[in-house]
Design a protein around this ligand. Structure first.
Ligand code: ZN
Length: 167
């Protein structure tokens, strides 16, 4: 799989200013042909309606640089995860998106944001039917039937892209 996520550079994509410990910044995901690209922006340069060579962001969130004494991982709100999960639904035929959506679905179940309601089979494929606890809306997720090894790989990629621990 072609993968293209740079480690956070802790600086603004636009003005190159460096982020200090505790600084708030925005992370945005952009689509390139088969992968996602993450860019970080300082609050002054951030404008979600801005378009650059990668178009408008597919998904974005606000976060902050962990302080020295804090664990290194950055906390990403489950609402951000949920938005990302929902947006991925439109293109389940693209394997990277299908795999991400599946893993995010499992993660949201573990966090009790989604509940497994049913498993349906259609045209030789298996779908999880998940219900959102708060609104009762239903989400269908294609099970990509990943091996243990592939699951670990997708989790590692998502951990990198979101800079958060996927428990
Ligand atoms: Zn900036």
């Amino acid at each position: 799989m072609d993968w293209n996520i740079a480690e956070s550079q802790r600086c603004c994509t636009k003005c190159d200013c460096e982020f200090d410990d505790g600084d708030a910044y925005f992370s945005a995901l952009y689509e390139t042909s088969e992968a996602f690209l993450r860019k970080d922006f300082c609050p002054r340069c951030w404008d979600e309606s801005d378009e650059d060579e990668h178009g408008r962001p597919f998904s974005f969130w606000q976060t902050e640089v962990p302080r020295e004494e804090e664990p290194k991982k950055v906390f990403v709100d489950t609402n951000v995860i949920f938005d990302f999960f929902r947006q991925l639904a439109e293109e389940e035929h693209i394997s990277v998106k299908r795999n991400f959506r599946y893993i995010l679905g499992l993660m949201l179940m573990r966090k009790k944001k989604l509940k497994l309601k049913d498993v349906v089979r259609e045209d030789g494929k298996e779908y999880l039917v998940l219900r959102r606890s708060r609104t009762q809306e239903l989400h269908r997720v294609l099970d990509p039937k990943l091996s243990e090894e592939e699951l670990d790989q997708v989790k590692a990629e998502l951990t990198q892209i979101l800079e958060t621990e996927l428990v």
